[in-house]
Design a protein around this ligand. Sequence first.
Ligand code: AP5
Length: 211
Amino acid sequence: MNLILFGAPGAGKGTQSELLIKRQGMTQISTGDLFRAAIKGQTDLGKKAQEFMDKGQLVPDSIVIGMVEEVLQKGVTNFILDGFPRTVAQAQALDELLVKMNLSIDKAIFLEVPMKILMDRLTGRRVCKNCGAVYHVVSKPSKVEGKCDLCGGEVIQRNDDKAEVIETRLKTYEEFTSPLKEFYKKSGKYTEVDGNRDTEEVYKEIEKIIK
Ligand code: AP5
């Protein structure tokens, strides 16, 4: 089963991917995580990506597509694409890559969450600097403030989770990513899930779709 999990920033793509990894043995391909790893490693790719990410803008398609191609070439299967594609041009490039690699996408799952909720989720999100575990100051706080439950690493706010950057990210989503709904409806692979529910309820619905 190969999935695309898409939705606005804060819709819960990372949270649901984590559960699909643990419970379904799937492999997550998160372009946001790949960029953050490149930034941490101070690579040329990381330096380029950071310029855009810190402003809440999309990293140019050519950079993202090349990066995803490299990952897919490693022969990954049973995967979740989290945060990619994010533009219609990326979706078209993905279709071409899949044909070239003899792969296919089974479902494109859209997580629907109202804007007001997204803002609360993003401003309250905290992440572990070391292992990337995701917390929320109200709905999922770490047991000890500022310390990761899983690895003891420092729990921080992402640079792009500051209110002014979130606003740009949400606008960017509306303009460039939301047209993907129509794109995947036409492909017959589109399914919508109400993401404004308890994490476990959202997961159960995704599980039903992929079984
Ligand atoms: P990326 O890291 O992909 O960020 P995003 O799409 O903005 O998504 P988020 O990680 O913010 O949200 P999420 O949906 O994973 O939510 P989460 O599960 O964490 O991308 C970052 C940047 O990289 C982009 O802005 C861009 O610059 C660049 N980039 C990446 N991919 C790109 C591409 N393809 N093209 C161009 N540029 C690209 O949950 C959020 C919070 O809500 C958490 O605190 C969580 O605990 C909480 N939460 C989750 N689910 C629930 C629930 N059901 N109930 C209550 N709380 C919940």
